[in-house]
Design a protein around this ligand. Structure first.
Ligand SMILES: Cc1ncc(COP(=O)(O)O)c(C=O)c1O
Length: 396
């Protein structure tokens, strides 16, 4: 490498890691820089609950500070919390994890996924992602030298995974499949037949499955199912979940990973060296969340249901076809009837209609004729936003 000389010295910018330099900045962040400078704008762009953390949970965190529980915890996390997590997974999904060996508390699903990927993916390995998908996946995989291979899904197919398309995307270098149901950004769930087909492929081809189920507590009529419940899949699945969305605890940075011992042993080494442990205060608060906050979670879910019904109807009435999400708090309407691409639509809507939405293209190529709108916002704001969108569409 030839260094550019600045004032007779080597340019330190050239020392930055290539993998880090190569990843693009988050499309969402760039867009929101414009949003913040637009007054009177309603944002349907935010990917976090608008509810504050239920008070009983925050209170427990405050007491943890007052009582001096402000030190490192075991690397894996507090045993009491791990035991609660394990019991919860068993109750919901019928899969048993040993809290001593198969559960690690992490700093959100974000860190859990990072160390899970690093435990499995070698330089040059391929990981299947299902697009449109959460913006971080491709970057997370690329940062560790892996290659993200996208399987596109489409609104016309209910965003279901076409198994033939998935099989075509596999190669001898495929190491893993990354799933996220309910999905950000589409809100779709996965049906049992598709889960079974993917499980069969994973077992036959000896692949790992990463299953990001962070929205599993925010599901509507169809409930939630997980690949880990399928016989033979616990051995090759990294189950990821957390408190950010379910308990409106995004700022507490708390999640967890459950997986087979051989995999968790390796993942834990990375966690020990790079993070030590998840925040102690958040872990104490999460114990309260797991023990006593079911009513609050139910309340948030029923509020999301009300808003979902309103926003889905609003988009369809405005002439933008919109599927009703099975889970999470996003809708992903089709804006192709307007003749605009998703970026152009989002920018024009922001400037003239003062509503911020996320252009669907940031979630993958196949999302370009959509926008993502979050209904984690007050009913009043959602009503006003829909009125503005309807008016904007009529001007096109
Ligand atoms: C699908 C998905 N996974 C993970 C995350 C990050 O979760 P956490 O706050 O637990 O790191 C998000 C946040 O928006 C998400 O949408």
């Amino acid at each position: 490498m030839k260094l550019t000389l600045v004032n007779g010295k080597g340019n330190p910018e050239t020392l930055l890691a290539e993998s880090a330099r190569a990843i693009p900045p988050s499309g969402i962040r760039q867009f929101f820089d414009i949003v913040y400078s637009t007054p009177d704008c309603i944002s349907l762009g935010v990917g976090e609950p608008d509810f504050v953390t239920p008070w009983r949970i925050s209170d427990t965190g405050i007491f943890a500070i007052k009582d001096g529980y402000t030190h490192y915890t075991p690397n894996r996390g507090l045993l009491e919390l791990r035991a609660l997590i394990s019991a919860d997974i068993e109750k919901r999904l019928g899969v048993s994890y040993n809290p001593d060996e198969e559960v690690v508390v992490t700093m959100g699903v974000s860190q859990g996924l990072d160390i899970a990927l690093r435990s499995v993916v070698n330089h040059g390995d391929e990981v299947i992602i299902v697009e449109p998908c959460y913006v971080s996946y491709r970057a997370n995989i690329n940062l560790i030298g892996g290659l993200a291979v996208a399987v596109p899904t489409y609104a016309s197919e209910g965003f279901r995974i076409d198994i033939d398309r998935l099989i075509k995307a596999l190669s001898p270098k495929t190491k893993a499949i990354l799933l996220n149901y309910p999905s950000n950004p589409t809100g779709s769930s996965i049906d049992q037949a598709t889960l079974e087909a993917i499980a069969k492929i994973a077992i036959e081809r000896n692949l790992i499955v990463f299953s990001d189920e962070i929205y599993s507590s925010i599901t509507y009529e169809s409930g939630h199912r997980s690949i880990v419940s399928i016989p033979g899949m616990k051995e090759r699945t990294v189950y990821l979940n957390g408190f950010s969305k379910s308990h409106a605890m995004t700022g507490w940075r708390l999640g967890y990973v459950a997986g087979p011992k051989y995999l968790v042993d390796v993942l834990l080494k990375i966690h020990q060296y790079t993070a030590l442990c998840a925040p102690s205060i958040s872990q104490y608060a999460a114990i309260e969340a797991m023990r006593n906050a079911e009513r609050e979670v139910d309340h948030m879910r029923s509020e999301y249901t009300r808003r979902r019904n309103y926003i889905v109807k609003g988009f369809n009435d405005a002439g933008l076809p919109c599927l009703s999400p099975h889970g999470a708090f996003y809708v992903f309407p089709d804006i192709s009837p307007t003749g605009l691409g998703s970026e152009e639509f989002a920018l024009k809507l922001l400037k003239t209609g003062k509503v911020a939405v996320v252009p669907g293209g940031v979630f993958g190529e196949c999302g370009t004729s959509h926008i993502r709108c979050s209904f984690a916002n007050s009913m009043e704001n959602i009503r006003t936003a829909i009125k503005r969108i309807d008016k904007f569409v009529k001007t096109l």
